[in-house]
Design a binder for this molecule. Structure first.
Ligand code: ZN
Length: 229
């Protein structure tokens, strides 16, 4: 799936979370966008790599390594986390092995690498945030952003790799399309946006109803209570 599609999904998810949970829309959308795009850091020619490191592709790894090292050298925890992710993405791009208990390590060529593995990537990209002690208002949107990336990539024919399960590929059985099929990609994106808003609107609508009740003192129990008096 294209980086721009992941960005749209991330932004829509951020809007839905900020409305439902009454969070700051700017930081929430920023965190869902970061989560939705960061997974593609392991694909050397992905949009996020091109945006973050707008240099010739043969120099990109060097710039990435320098930026990552500088971030780790800083004393700011969140920057150090991103620095580690950047350096790991350089390693990830060169991992050519899968593992299974039965066959051990075997060669495995796959252009989505271990950040796309929902177990390894999911842990690497999200678990350190809890150790950093960031607020839930930042962690939740970011984690949901990462999940949105996995869900949407699961719908592609390429699927997600499971490095520790013998390189098995995970993908949805019927809904999977080959990259380049824009009709399917935009159709899927539209379905995703509708689904997210439907899930988000329900609790939001319920909260508005509660707020209305509290403001006008108009619940049925109170109405019947006052009739009894
Ligand atoms: Zn991806």
């Amino acid at each position: 799936m294209k980086g721009s599609s992941h960005a749209v999904a991330g932004a829509v998810t951020g809007i839905a979370i900020s409305t439902t949970m009454h969070l700051n829309p700017i930081t929430t959308i920023g965190m869902t966008l970061l989560g939705a795009l960061i997974v593609d850091i392991d694909e050397e020619h992905s949009k996020i790599n091109k945006i973050l490191f707008p240099v010739a592709k043969e120099n990109r790894w060097l710039v990435k390594a320098l930026v990552g090292a500088a971030m780790i050298a800083s004393q700011i925890n969140s920057l150090q986390f991103i620095g580690i992710i950047l350096l790991l993405s350089l390693v990830s791009a060169r991992v050519k092995y899968k593992f299974s208990l039965w066959n051990g390590f075997q060669e495995f060529k796959y252009h989505r690498t271990f950040f796309h593995d929902p177990i390894i990537g999911g842990l690497l990209l999200t678990a350190p945030l809890y150790a950093l002690g960031l607020s839930q208002a930042l962690i939740i949107p970011y984690v949901v952003g990462v999940l949105s990336h996995y869900v949407l990539d699961l719908c592609t024919a390429y699927g997600l790799p499971l490095y520790l399960l013998g390189g098995k590929r995970l993908r949805f059985p019927i809904i999977n399309y080959h990259s380049g099929n824009n009709l399917m990609e935009y159709g899927l994106l539209a379905c995703y946006c509708v689904a997210v808003f439907t899930i988000a609107i329900k609790p939001a609508g319920f909260q508005y109803l509660q707020a209305f009740n509290n403001q006008y003192d108009f619940t049925f129990t109170k109405l019947f209570g006052s009739l009894k008096k």
